[in-house]
Design a protein around this ligand. Structure first.
Ligand SMILES: [Zn+2]
Length: 332
């Protein structure tokens, strides 16, 4: 695999289970406006939400990748919510995307790199990890505030060690969360990732600990301090093209932070250039040029390039993802 591939390493899959994919999506009435907005933002009709969403979503995503500057995207599975003893908590679940689905899609399409999602409290966590490694997983994604994963829990140590041994990095959501229900708000703090780091893992803190609403705590400074202590820690710049999170961009563009950033969009989260323009990170001409770009993956990439993120931000992830022993793709 080329180390110079341009990769968006934070792309969500969404599905309602149509076509037997195993995905689930709960749509309470109060979420409908947000879901409808997101679906239209990525170029689908709102009717897709009640129809063959899984296939339409994948086809659209593939098309966006193939017509963008990107070579590949890391597609993320979405684990269920569990309590500390490994019992499912379905009352908190809003979206579920199984590991097998993500692994199978990556087998079919060279543009897709599979990130699995495993709650370490699951009774079969280590077996599932083993299965996912055999299936070609390159990353493990978790969302501690939502999925109720306290990464400091010493019962998870064997799980972290197994990941470290396999060279599988951890992508963990840090900072504010407003798309999914928050079960443990204290787990927004990136310092919960110190234990997996001490277990030898490479860790990417999604969103660099930034807040996403005005009146919530911000953990960006805590993340920056951790970068000094942990050379295996990185941060992703996903969802930096929405209000509030993006205010840390000028600091992320300077060394030493600049050399620890990786590019992700958080697709299908909206990409709005207004914020960057109003803050002076891009000029009016650049804003106008990309705001009309219907391919949101490309829009996010171009806006970030224009802000001054260097080319390495978009290729660095090649060095961090697990090197998968040769696996023949079914196509390409
Ligand atoms: Zn995300």
């Amino acid at each position: 695999m080329s180390e110079t591939r341009i990769i968006d390493m934070h792309v969500h899959l969404v599905g309602n289970g149509a076509g037997g994919t195993g995905c689930r999506l709960k749509q309470p009435f109060w979420r409908w406006p947000l879901s409808a907005f997101m679906v239209r933002h990525i170029g689908l009709e709102t009717s897709a939400l009640k129809g063959d969403l899984d296939r339409l979503y994948v086809e659209k995503l593939l098309n966006w990748v193939r017509t963008s500057s990107l070579d590949a995207v890391v597609i993320l599975a979405q684990e269920q919510v569990y309590d500390e003893r490994g019992r499912p908590m379905p009352e908190h679940e809003l979206a579920y995307v199984p590991n097998e689905y993500v692994l199978a899609l990556a087998q079919q399409h060279a543009e897709f790199l599979p990130a699995v999602s495993i709650h370490p409290a699951r009774p079969d966590a280590c077996e599932e990890l083993h299965r996912c490694l055999a299936g070609g997983a390159v990353l493990m994604k978790c969302l501690p505030v939502h999925q109720n994963i306290d990464c400091r829990d010493r019962r998870y140590t064997p799980f972290w060690e197994q990941m470290a041994e396999a060279g599988l990095p951890l992508l963990a959501h840090t900072g504010g969360e407003h798309t999914l229900p928050v079960v443990r708000p204290d787990l927004r703090d990136p310092r919960i990732l110190e234990w997996p780091l001490q277990c030898g893992l490479t860790v990417i803190a999604a969103h660099c600990g930034t807040k996403s609403a005005p009146f919530e705590p911000d953990y960006f400074d805590a993340f920056v301090q951790m970068l000094e202590r942990y050379p295996r820690l990185y941060g992703d710049i996903s969802a930096f093209n929405v209000p509030i999170r993006g205010r840390v961009i000028p600091r992320c563009l300077k060394a030493p932070l600049r050399d620890r950033m990786v590019h992700g969009s958080d697709y299908p989260v909206p990409v709005l250039g207004h914020w960057a323009w109003l803050n002076g990170f891009i000029d009016w001409k650049t804003f106008r040029q990309w705001e009309g770009q219907p391919n949101v993956l490309e829009r996010d990439y171009q806006l970030k390039r224009a802000m001054g993120f260097p080319p390495e931000t978009f290729t660095r992830i090649n060095q961090l993802l697990r090197k998968v022993p040769h696996m023949d793709k079914l196509t390409h």
